[in-house]
Structure formats: structure tokens, C-alpha cells
Design a protein around this ligand. Structure first.
Ligand code: M6R
Length: 364
């Protein structure tokens, strides 16, 4: 049931602190401050390369994970949307780990990619939310997300749980490959363990997000910008908005703006900038200022420090708790989800059952 919530989507957004905690419990030993896998003796030490394949929101979780696998495990990562993957003669060498990510575990393109990788001798890991699904059954290493049933067509809690699993998997791979010392492992466990409380803190800004939804609801086009792991978040924000509010939206890597899309900017195009304070902040802010110089209406999503530093001249700001960069993608998922939700409600669309979409896409 929807409980006290008006839509399943909103209920599922609000469940994130609990389901992320639930998911992390299966991958972290809090007492020992260690990361583990559900199959503790599954050997990842011979993995030389990772290929990630998924669709839609699950694909964006994979894009975030690529940064983590490269950063922690120093393993090269190839990533593609499932419907493109098989048709480009991908090179899959020995020692390759194929990771499929899917809420339903039934998405036809992703399943076909899994089977293709299997025939090429890859080890298959499946990050899935439905433990009885086809992908769950066909994988060598089942990595469940414990998000519980997701009813809203727009994926929300499955995404944050996928990120939690993928962060833990990246740390496990790094450990198996001797790239993670104990102190670093402890730090990762501590940061991940903070995610549920930070998600709660992020949800506290719901009303302020709702208050500014009207400006976005009036727009014809919306751009989302981010850099590093906030780039996939920008893509995810744009997808959420398109799906449920039917407003045209695009996500871009912040630095790509001046290579074309900046031509779109005028005072009718809101630009949502996702920029937690940190090493990438100044660069993203300078891209944001390029937009402002062309009369673009910027909404800045950052923490208190970031908003103090760069919030002037924005039409609105959304304050997030200050978090470690590792969990920022989970936490910043909340405002982009809530923004899409409130815009859709303001437009009066069918939030849980948007037109033309199905929860599970079982045709290729
Ligand atoms: O069940 P899956 O995670 O494999 O589904 C993949 C996409 O179809 C899905 O994420 C879709 O993009 C959602 N509607 C996004 O909100």
C-alpha cells in the first residue's frame, strides 16, 4: 500500500534510508569494519577487467560504479547500455567480470547481454532487486539489492540500493586484488554506513524542493549538469523528469556545455547544477557561471558551503547535508527524484503510471 503517501513513487523515495541500510547490512560487517560479499568465499582476485551492462536508471548506477571500480580496484571498466552492447563486437577477454544491473532482473536487452557474455566465458555478477528473477538465476554471483518491491514506474529506491551494492562490490574487488589496505577498508565501511542518516537529512528538504517545482513545471526544456559521479546523476535527473512530467530534459557533463548545448541557453531554460563541494566544485561552478552569463536560470544543488560560495545569482538553491564524495551519488539522488516528482504533481500527470512506459521491459 501507499501508506500515507499520495503516490508509490513518493513512498519509495521516502523508504530509501531504510532500504539502503537493509541492503548495506548484507555487504558490510559493521563490527569488524569490513566489506563482504553475500557469497563470502567467491574469489575475485583473478578479475582483470569489468564490463557493466544495464538500461535506463540501472545504467546510470553502473556509470557511477565505473568511477569506483577504477578508483579503488584500479581495474579497467567498460560500460554500455544493453541494447548497444551486443551489436558492437565487444572484446571480452579471459578474467573478465560482467556485471548486469537490473531492478526487475527481466529486462530483455540486459538478459541477452548476460547470455552473450556467458558464451564468451565471462564471470557473471547480477545486481538485481527481484531475487527470483531470470538474471538472478543465471548469474554466478548474485548480488541482491534489498529495496523491496518497487511499484512506481520511475525507479528510485532501487537506484540508491544499486549504488550501495556497487560501492561495496568495488571495495570487495579492490580487497581481493590487494589494492585496499585495512585502514582504507575501514574508512569505506564508515562512509557507507553514514548513507542512511544522510539520506534522511536529504529528505528533510522535501518542502523546499516542492516550493520551487512550479518554476520547472512551467519550462519547456530543462538541462541538468554535473561532473564526475554527478554526471550520471545529471542524466538520471533528466530521465526522471522526462518520464513522469513529460518535460524535455537533457543531462550533460558540465564541461561539455561549451561544446554545443550552451547554444540552447536563454532565460527560458532552467539549468539544474549538481555540485557538492569538493575537488570538482570549482570547475563545475565555472561552467555554471558560463550559463548565468547567458541569462540561464540556474538551480544549484549543493551543500551549505557550496551554496555559500556560489549560490548568489541562482534562481533557487537546494541544500544537501555535507557528505563524503563516496556517498554523494546516493544522497544527491534524493533531490533529483523529489524535484521530478513535485514537477509531475504540479503538472497533474500520472506519476506512478506514466504514459507509454512499462515497469519491466521484456522485449528487445
Ligand atoms: O528493471 P531494470 O532495472 O532492468 O529496468 C531498466 C530500465 O527499464 C529502468 O531503469 C527505466 O529506465 C526506469 N523507468 C527508470 O526510471
Amino acid at each position: 500500500s501507499k501508506g500515507n503517501h499520495r503516490h508509490y513513487m513518493l513512498k519509495e523515495i521516502y523508504e530509501q534510508p531504510i532500504v539502503v541500510a537493509q541492503t548495506l547490512r548484507a555487504y558490510l560487517q559493521r563490527m569488524e569494519e569490513q566489506v563482504t560479499l553475500p557469497i563470502p568465499d567467491f574469489d575475485l582476485s583473478a578479475i582483470k577487467r569489468v564490463t557493466i551492462v544495464a538500461c535506463g536508471t540501472s545504467y546510470y548506477a553502473g556509470m557511477v560504479a565505473k568511477y569506483w571500480f577504477e578508483q579503488f580496484a584500479r581495474v579497467p571498466v567498460d560500460i554500455d547500455v544493453a541494447s548497444e552492447f551486443r551489436y558492437r563486437a565487444p572484446v571480452m577477454e579471459e578474467g573478465g567480470l560482467m556485471i548486469v544491473i537490473s531492478q526487475s532482473g527481466e529486462t530483455a536487452d540486459t538478459l541477452a547481454a548476460l547470455r552473450h557474455a556467458r558464451s564468451e566465458g565471462q564471470t557473471i555478477a547480477a545486481v538485481v532487486n527481484v531475487p527470483t528473477s531470470t538474471m538472478a538465476r543465471e548469474a554466478d554471483l548474485l548480488l541482491p539489492t534489498h529495496a523491496g518491491p518497487e511499484i512506481g514506474v520511475a525507479s528510485t529506491k532501487a537506484f540508491s540500493c544499486q549504488l550501495a551494492v556497487l560501492a561495496a562490490l568495488a571495495a570487495n574487488l579492490a580487497k581481493a586484488k590487494g589494492k585496499l589496505d585495512e585502514a582504507e577498508e575501514r574508512r569505506i565501511v564508515r562512509h557507507l554506513a553514514e548513507a542512511p542518516a544522510s539520506l534522511n537529512a536529504a529528505l528533510a528538504y522535501d518542502e523546499s524542493i516542492q516550493a520551487m517545482a512550479g518554476v520547472i513545471a512551467a519550462a519547456r526544456d530543462v538541462l541538468y549538469l554535473g561532473r564526475g559521479t554527478d554526471y550520471p546523476l545529471a542524466l538520471e535527473g533528466a530521465l526522471k523528469l522526462k518520464e513522469i512530467s513529460y518535460i524535455h530534459a537533457e543531462g550533460y557533463a558540465a564541461g561539455e556545455m561549451k561544446h554545443g548545448p550552451i547554444a540552447l541557453i536563454d532565460d527560458a531554460v532552467p539549468v539544474i547544477v549538481i555540485a557538492p563541494s569538493g575537488p570538482l566544485f570549482d570547475k563545475t561552478v565555472s561552467n555554471m557561471q558560463e550559463v548565468q552569463a547567458r541569462d540561464g536560470k540556474v538551480v544549484l544543488i549543493s551543500d551549505y558551503d557550496g551554496i555559500q560560495a556560489a549560490g548568489d545569482g541562482c534562481i533557487a538553491t537546494i541544500t544537501m547535508p555535507k557528505v563524503h564524495p563516496l556517498i554523494a551519488p546516493l544522497v544527491y539522488a534524493v533531490p533529483v527524484q523529489l524535484l521530478a516528482y513535485h514537477v509531475a504533481v504540479a503538472k497533474g500527470t500520472d506519476v506512478d503510471q506514466p504514459r507509454n512506459l512499462a515497469k519491466s521491459v521484456t522485449v528487445e
